[in-house]
Design a protein around this ligand. Structure first.
Ligand code: PXL
Length: 266
């Protein structure tokens, strides 16, 4: 039997984040990947690798979602970078075409302030129109602070509290990723499942942020849920895949290396 997983995300041309990562992750975990492109990000090598950002026209987002959702019966979707209020409206309308078992939201808050334009409007629209629809949310440290209204996250209990506060805004499950910003020797992710918090912890590998870790984690959770895994098993597999992918990270002429999804085998 083939399981389908669907991503609604942006292209990042170097292959280190976004749509490209989602499809690689889906393939590596044995699910059939499908996707709708929301925007095109091209880093600028002549300007400190800053983001050049082009949104996809809302009509084209509608058309892509229509094609995907008519071609297959899909009940599991990952939402990555949306990037513009009009994109968010188009995606919300497209999601409303049908019911979903799993909507995994990586709440990309405008790439940490790197996109010009309607950044605050975009973040507000994401919180108001997409977060309430999500069944799973995977905020990073910065996004968790913003969405939970917390200044900093210093303990596992803080990560759990952020998860609890974000769950009140819609998602049944929240995975707060401590990442490189969380103090201490370990990379800690905490799953808040509505009842209790579970910490997934491994020693940090290096001191540098590795591009694509967040996209890989959310895409892997999506793939596992598409195969019928429960959330705890999905997060465990996703964490193993990210850890293996960071250990085998791929260097580039960019100032950061990227996760190698191919390093993980189930
Ligand atoms: O932060 C993750 C991310 C997601 N999607 C796209 C991106 C990035 C970061 O650069 O470019 C398209």
């Amino acid at each position: 039997m083939v399981n389908f997983a669907y991503t609604i995300a942006g292209s990042e041309a170097t292959g280190g984040a976004g749509f490209q990562v989602d499809l690689k992750t889906f393939q590596q975990l044995g699910v059939y990947g499908m996707g709708t492109l929301t925007c095109i990000v091209s880093f600028d090598p002549n300007n400190g690798w800053a983001h050049r950002f082009v949104p996809v026209d809302p009509t084209v987002i509608h058309d892509q979602m229509e094609a995907t959702l008519t071609a297959q019966d899909i009940d599991t979707v990952k939402i990555g970078m949306l990037g513009h209020p009009a994109t968010i409206d188009a995606v919300a309308a497209g999601l409303a075409r049908q019911s979903w078992a799993n909507i995994v939201l990586d709440p990309v808050l405008i790439c940490k302030g790197q996109e010009p334009g309607a950044a605050l409007d975009t973040d507000t629209a994401l919180r108001e129109k997409i977060l309430p629809l999500a069944t799973v949310a995977t905020p990073n440290y910065f996004e968790a602070c913003t969405l939970a209204g917390m200044e900093k996250l210093e303990t596992v209990e803080d990560l759990a509290e952020a998860g609890r506060r974000i769950a009140e805004q819609g998602p049944s499950y929240v995975i707060v990723k401590g990442g490189i910003d969380f103090p201490g020797p370990d990379a800690v992710d905490v799953l808040w499942d509505g009842t209790e918090a579970t910490a997934y912890s491994v020693p940090k590998i290096g001191e540098e942020r590795v591009s694509g870790a967040g996209c890989t984690l959310a895409a892997a959770i999506t793939a596992e849920l598409a195969k019928g895994a429960d959330i705890h098993d999905a997060v465990r597999v996703a964490k193993e895949m990210v850890t293996a992918g960071i250990a085998a990270r791929v260097g580039a002429h960019t100032p950061f290396s990227t996760v190698w999804q191919g390093a993980y085998t189930a």
